[in-house]
Design a protein. Sequence first.
Length: 458
Amino acid sequence: MAKQKTTVGIINNETLAYTAGRDVELDHALITVDCIGTAAHVTMLSKMPVQPKLITEDERKRVIEGLVEIIGQAQRNKFKIQLADQDVHLAVERTLTKKLGDLGKKIHTCRSRNDQVAVDLRLYAKEQLLQTLDEAAALAAALVSFGRKNKMVPMVGRTHMQPGMPSSVGLWATAHAESLLDDCVGLINAYELNDQCPLGSAASYGVPLPIDRQLTSDLLGFGRPTHNVLYANNGRGKMENLVLSAMSQVMLTLSRLSQDLMIFTMPEFDYFQLPAEFCTGSSIMPQKQNPDVCELMRAKASRVKAAELGVYDLIKGSPTGYNRDLQEAKELFMEGIATTRASLRIMTPMIQGTKANKKKLIAGFTPDVFATDRALELVGEGMPFRDAYHYIKENLHELENIDPTEAILLKTHMGAPLGLDWEYFKGRIAAVKETVREERKAFNRAVSKLLGVKYPLK
Ligand code: ARG
């Protein structure tokens, strides 16, 4: 059987395809972060208090120049990882060795692909989490402005799916916004736990040389290095699982929002109308406008959860130290994040284009919807609640002729402590955006300093 010479030995093609085939494709998403990680590692090596120097200052500069070149190629989709490389790490080493000769062979001193991929995935997760937060904040803002625009539009509040109490489109929309803002807290928690640098843990057990893990961590703009080197490797998979679980909360919100939209756009309700460009037709039934985006979002929520559980399942029986099984988490991780982000991105313009049909929303009110409000009105006049409850139950006819627009919005809604404070939502959305801005600025500053060129590259 045909074999190939790789940087780390001769491997037959079947083995290469089986062990690295898919990974080589996925690793294209890690080229930039891999180069940034290497720049930090090499910089740290150049500062080590050993003689002779592992890497001289001049060598450091040359390696970094080579890395910046690769980052530029990656941005233009021009850097290709080959199967014989097995992964991005050895592809970068091969390229640098071709360019710099023996110097390229020094970059892997005191490091393993195991801590290298761990740092790559953490840097990747950082960026992805910030993007997700940005996109979630945009959707939360769209929901709040939809709610605000329609705050005076009455909507039957349902429990058990049955008509319950008078409510409003404003309350409905911002309920989903608040859910999403809570999901942002989960994403930020995941971000903070992820914000630890595993580089320097090497294969799993560290190296017997005085490397400076704090320095590497600082150079990369991480909050701190992971403490125990073995845990730095055991923590792989656990980190992906945590991030996916935060993503899956986002998808839970999106799935329930989708479900609501599907119900309330049914012709029987016709409360809302989705923008036509977010619906699809039928090949046989000419009249159809199907809410496929919502249906798929509901289904994709299951897939993101499956990705989370998939990673969990991969690692739950994983013995301590690096195991190659971890590689299989990469696809689930990347796909789960990409699906969540795509869902956020499509839901935002969909909400922005959704119309509330005030007439139908008002027509949805049957007199009994006012029963609780009326009972509480009687309480205000001095009747014990249970008596008022029974009185209304027996005299539902008294509730006829209540105008929903007048009744709810002025009485129940405006004065009642329902949580429809626009300033509250504005503040929470702004706080998420501020976190993203600050974190991104700090990271770009650290990487620009490390590479000696403005990052992100033009
Ligand atoms: N592609 C590998 C992964 O994702 C990189 C680390 C490989 N390490 C090894 N010792 N074979 O885990």
